[in-house]
Design a protein around this ligand. Structure first.
Ligand code: SAH
Length: 399
């Protein structure tokens, strides 16, 4: 049995909750000091003791927990989680039947009714991400639910919260038969090499699936492609397979060289024809401008925040500048693929960044494609921030 606590929302903040925002915020609660340990079930009331919702306490950078139900009589027990996960699986039926794509998101946090929890599928392996100690307190119920619903070779996990150092020592394996890594998954017919036991990033970000596909199918043929913040080179692989004349991948992490080579090799792409450069993107831009290099397609997919030896980068402060660097080395009529997963910036603000950068450069432009999260990354309208991905294809025009 989990502990339960009654918490009261201050009238000042009640609207947020009656508008069905699923996130519990500490500063909106009158008696938050009563909350107890993470994993405690929270019954939320307005200041007239009217029931508003029921959730759990879990500390994330986003908030202090998530509402799970608006039904006062509903119990947060194993069957609750099983029903949510079952509904999510049914919603992903078409992915389970697609032989060309064997990696996708099965359960997407609050979008599927349980904030703080995601489950990804990688060709018969499952990966659970726990975003707080609070949701991790329900581990047994959630594992049992998954066991009742699906067959698998193994389940792995990532604890994405501070577990007082235990995270580093502990293996990410949970149950089943240990995999031999890498495991190979497919995305629209392309191979990806996946490591579920090697740090928080497993080799690919599945949310860019549709962007990679259109890059390959519609844009890459015959083009010189620069992929910045390239990680394992997923965009470069798709560009090469789409017939790009050449790809150049730039990332400052040492691992990116071997990881990107590996992705090329498992897709029978000749590595020697592709450039993989381990360097700070901002240095690379300087070099490219000095050498008057030009690309037909430039991909910008930076992390929301990054610190390198010389630079700190934040999307909010520096994206316009990043775009201006990219504009300089993009051919006229070339395409810049601008992406960000920073949730505090919405699509309209992102378009304003683009507008500002092109005004700075005194150039015209055209927006030619726009993407947000794919169907398996389900989101709810009541919580707009969860639709974090913004990708825009911009055609650079003349003066
Ligand atoms: N675009 C990638 C994902 C990017 S993850 C994909 O499609 O898979 C962010 C990457 O940015 C990381 O690999 C990190 O090493 C890299 N990075 C962060 N700051 C950087 C910088 N200043 N220069 C180059 N790479 C950087």
């Amino acid at each position: 049995m989990k502990n339960e606590v009654d918490l009261y929302i201050s009238s000042k903040h009640i609207k947020k909750y009656t508008n069905r925002c699923p996130l519990i915020l500490k500063e909106t609660i009158i008696n938050f000091e009563k909350v107890g340990e993470e994993g405690t079930i929270i019954n939320l009331f307005n200041d007239h003791k009217k029931f508003i919702g029921k959730g759990y306490y879990g500390k994330q950078n986003k908030g202090a927990g998530w509402i799970l139900t608006r039904e006062e009589s509903e119990k947060i027990e194993q069957a609750f989680f099983q029903n949510k996960i079952k509904a999510a699986i049914i919603n992903r039926k078409k992915y389970y039947h697609d032989e060309e794509t064997t990696a996708f998101r099965v359960f997407n946090g609050e979008g599927d009714g349980v904030g703080g929890l995601t489950i990804d599928y990688f060709n018969k392996y499952y990966l659970i991400n726990w975003y707080s100690k609070g949701i991790y307190a329900f581990k047994d119920d959630i594992l049992k639910s998954l066991n009742n619903l699906v067959e698998y070779k193994a389940i792995y996990q990532k604890k994405r919260f501070d577990d007082e150092g235990k995270y580093i020592e502990e293996d990410d394996f949970v149950c089943g038969t240990r995999a031999e890594f890498p495991i190979i998954v497919k995305e629209n017919g392309v191979n990806f090499s996946i490591y579920l036991n090697d740090g928080p990033m497993v080799g690919v970000f599945l949310d860019q699936r549709e962007v990679r596909k259109i890059l390959r199918d519609k844009y890459a043929k015959g083009k010189a492609v620069l992929n910045t913040f390239s990680y394992t080179g997923a965009f470069s692989v798709f560009a090469a397979l789409g017939g790009a004349r050449k790809t150049t991948s730039v990332d400052l992490a040492n691992r990116s060289l071997s990881k990107t080579r590996e992705q090329f090799i498992i897709n029978d792409i000749d590595c020697s024809a592709q450039d993989i450069i381990v360097e700070d993107v901002f240095n690379y831009f300087k070099y490219a401008i000095k050498k008057k290099l030009k690309f037909d397609i430039v991909i910008l997919d930076p992390p929301s925040f990054a610190r390198s030896k010389k630079h700190t980068f934040s999307v909010a402060k520096d994206y316009v500048n990043l775009l201006n660097e990219a504009i300089e080395i993009t051919e006229e009529n070339g395409i810049i693929i601008a992406s960000t997963n920073y949730s505090n910036i919405n699509m309209d603000m992102f378009k304003m960044f683009i507008d500002k950068a092109f005004k700075n450069a005194n150039l015209k432009y055209e927006l030619v494609e726009e993407f947000s999260l794919p169907h398996d990354y389900s989101v709810i309208n009541e919580f707009k921030e969860s639709n974090y991905l913004k990708v825009i294809f911009i055609k650079k025009l003349g003066h």
